[in-house]
Design a protein. Structure first.
Length: 743
């Protein structure tokens, strides 16, 4: 959260597209060349069950990838560069650059691949050309088509390409409709073994899978438009998940229709779908539209990926970065990157082999998809407080997607798999060498190591380093066994995101008697922690006074191996005045090492039903706001608070209310905290408003109320500050030593 000030307007986002272009770019790429050219081949060689196996296995990679991509895209603002941007901002620029360049090459190669397939739609003209004395070479179509499409995109940009998607999608829909309306001739499903019927001497399953896998990779095509989307955090998940689901359903229906309408030897022929369709000539037209739309989608996406890589100055040839990073016009059209993409696509088109290029594309896409799934899995395991996507996949789906990708790479072609991995390593070495001092491979596992060390240190009481800010809380009290609220709160705060150290204070000097007493108490603490508070580290401390115990404890590292950044004090509403006087001394001492200070006031409520947390933000302690809201969010992460909700009340003078309302709303939206906008209320106040009565009227029934305090106000009011609001139940007072950013 920033200090008072106007909220800058959101940056303009290219063309400002919505979800439709993402969905159409992805779906039209999914329903592309392979659908028309190779799925008859798949059914003819593998039978219906084998073809369904290809579809299911392919989606075992693409569905987890789509879910992971949707998750990662909703965690942070996604800018231009699509998948590359997501990978680089999660794995770091060196690894992001290596994967991004490979991703770009697969996208650029795809343009030529789709235009080779586009040329196949002209095969029905072969007899006519032969009667005129002309032979047919697909390159006579694919090469001019590549040049023409490239010139069109360079001159007219993404806007024309997106409009073309709507037209070709409509034609594609008509061709599929006529295909499904076609009669059944030579059906095999009614025959014995019809589900497995295939041609003699069929190709092996893994070869068929390698050739057909590019059919499923188009679901990420729309992600490349991220820099041109008005709301990428909404459009990307809806677009790619919708396209993935729709594409899978259509492919299942297509193979079923093929198997039920034609014999295997018919299906393995060229453009088998035209023998099934109600009107055969529509299939070459549909193929032309499908491949052309896929080529359009790829030639829109690939230059934007290359432009984003160049903008991060990651291309090994440094002089190219400035040239390729530049855009043209208000929409920042990547004209130079489009020219480079056109050259790559033209070289692929000159090869003229659909199957060869399909296997190359499959390998590069497998690497990219495996990396995306690995990112999602690692982020789940790391459990960083800053990782708060509004859409969540499941960690086991992401892990399965990553593992299946690697296994299939080596099953499809071990040589290609090794070459792809070596190429990745070489690119990483070149990029990281240009930026010495970076260790992106180490930082990938930073959050994972922090989370693993959290569990290890709780159980093994050893130390390690943590990178991100997370609560590292210590509390010291002699009143452990006559109250449970402090231990319970500490457990909640450190359940998943942080580290907790609970020290039972034993007054006296260290001698045999106090040492033996401490050993006995520690045994009781460990038993108590094992039964109810297993997420925190417990121990005892012997010292002549509470002040000296605090002084000792504040100077030693926390259980995590990093410095404790927060201290939790507590007192009961029934405690004598001496306890609050002791509390005042502790607060003064804790201010010296600049620790966040928490004071829990508790009674017999024991946090009620754990359903409502009320956070009160006020004008005089607004610097505490981020920490207060973040602590409330962390509490909701505990299973005992899983049905709870946060309500934020912001009491500000009337002249500040509009400005603070905007700032608070932006903090919640950009912080991706689990607070509904309807649970945020800004209250304009003046000198006539009784703040205590205001709080009582709104929060008397809250299970926990979080209030802020400042050092100057504490010194002015003394112990009476924490005795205020007598009508409330449990109160957590918060004072932040330093500003805590919510990214």
């Amino acid at each position: 959260m920033t200090d008072a000030g106007t909220v800058p307007p959101p940056a303009e986002r290219g063309h400002g597209f919505g979800t439709g272009p993402v969905f159409l770019a992805s779906l039209s790429t999914i329903l592309g060349a392979i659908l028309f050219l190779r799925f008859g081949y798949a059914v003819g060689n593998l039978g219906l069950l084998g073809a369904l196996g290809v579809i299911l296995l392919g989606h075992a990679v693409t569905v987890p990838t789509a879910l992971a991509l949707a998750e990662i895209a909703t965690n942070r603002r996604v800018e231009g560069g699509g998948e590359y941007f997501i990978v680089s901002r999660s794995f770091g620029p060196s690894i992001g650059g290596a994967i991004g360049i490979s991703l770009y090459l697969s996208q650029a190669v795809s343009v030529g691949f789709y235009l080779i397939a586009f040329a196949e739609s002209f095969r029905p003209l072969i007899p006519w050309l032969a009667s005129l004395g002309f032979g047919f070479d697909p390159r006579l179509v694919s090469v001019p088509a590549t040049i023409g499409l490239s010139v069109l995109v360079v001159l007219r940009g993404a806007d024309l390409g997106v409009k073309a998607l709507y037209v070709v999608a409509a034609v594609l829909g008509v061709s599929l409709l006529l295909f499904f309306l076609g009669p059944a001739e030579g059906a095999t499903l009614g025959d014995p073994g019809g589900l497995l019927a295939h041609v003699d001497d069929p190709d092996p399953f893994i070869l068929v899978f390698a050739i057909c896998f590019p059919a499923f990779t188009g679901m990420t095509a729309g992600v490349g438009l991220s820099g041109d989307l008005a709301n990428p955090r909404r459009s990307i998940p809806l677009g790619i998940l919708g396209a993935t689901g729709a594409g899978m359903a259509i492919y299942v229906a297509v193979v079923w229709k093929m198997a039920s309408s034609a014999a295997p030897d018919v299906l393995v022929g060229d453009l088998a779908m035209q023998h099934i369709a109600l009107w055969g000539p529509i299939i070459p037209v549909g193929l032309a539209c499908a491949t052309l739309s896929s080529a359009v989608g790829s030639i829109l996406v690939a230059p934007r990926t290359l432009q984003a890589i160049a903008q991060d100055d990651l291309l090994p040839v440094r002089r190219l970065n400035g040239l390729l990073a530049r855009g043209v016009g208000r929409e920042n059209e990547p004209r130079s990157a489009t020219v480079v993409t056109a050259v790559v696509a033209l070289g692929v088109a000159l090869l003229g082999s659909v199957d060869l290029v399909a296997r190359v594309i499959s390998m590069f896409f497998m690497v990219t998809y495996g990396a995306l799934c690995a990112i999602s899995f690692l982020e789940h395991f790391a459990a960083r407080p800053s990782y708060r996507p509004s859409f969540r996949s499941k960690w086991y789906l992401s892990l399965a997607g990553a593992l299946v990708s690697v296994l299939l790479m080596f099953q499809m072609d071990p040589l290609y798999a090794v070459v792809a991995i070596v190429l990745m390593a070489a690119l990483y070495g070149l990029i990281s060498r240009a930026a010495p001092g970076r260790d992106d491979l180490g930082s990938i596992f930073g959050g994972v190591m922090a989370q693993a060390s959290r569990y290890l240190h709780i159980r093994m009481q050893s130390g390690a380093a943590a990178e991100d800010w997370r609560p590292s809380v210590i509390t010291i009290t002699p009143r452990t066994f006559d109250r449970s609220s402090p231990l319970r709160l500490l457990t909640w705060l450190c359940y998943r995101f942080g580290f907790g150290t609970y020290l039972h204070y034993i007054p006296g000097r260290l001698d045999r008697r106090t040492f033996e007493e401490a050993a006995q108490v520690k045994g009781r603490l460990l038993e108590l922690a094992g039964e109810r508070y297993g997420e925190i580290f417990v121990d005892t401390i012997i010292s002549p006074s509470m002040a000296s115990a605090l002084a000792q404890s504040l100077q030693i590292p926390g259980v995590s191996g990093i410095e404790n950044n927060t201290i939790l004090f507590e007192f009961s509403i029934h405690d004598p005045t001496s306890v609050l006087e002791e509390l005042q001394g502790g607060l003064t001492l804790a201010a010296v090492p600049h620790m966040n200070r928490l004071v829990l006031r508790h009674g017999e409520n024991f946090f009620g039903n754990r359903r409502t947390i009320h956070v009160w933000l006020t004008w005089h302690d607004y610097r505490n706001a981020n920490l207060m809201v973040l602590l409330a969010y962390i509490l909701l992460g505990h299973p005992e608070w899983q049905k709870g909700e946060i309500r934020v009340y912001a009491a500000f003078p009337e002249h500040q209310a509009p400005e603070r309302t905007t700032e608070l709303t932006r903090m919640i939206q950009e912080g991706r905290l689990q607070i509904s906008p309807k649970n945020v209320q800004v209250i304009a106040t003046d000198d006539r408003v009784d703040f205590s009565r205001l709080v009582r009227n709104h929060s008397a029934d809250a299970d926990l109320v979080i209030l802020g305090f400042t050092e100057s106000r504490r010194r002015e009011k003394g112990s009476e500050l924490f005795r205020r609001h007598e009508d409330l139940r449990d109160i957590l007072w918060v004072s932040a030593a330093r500003p805590i950013e919510i990214e």
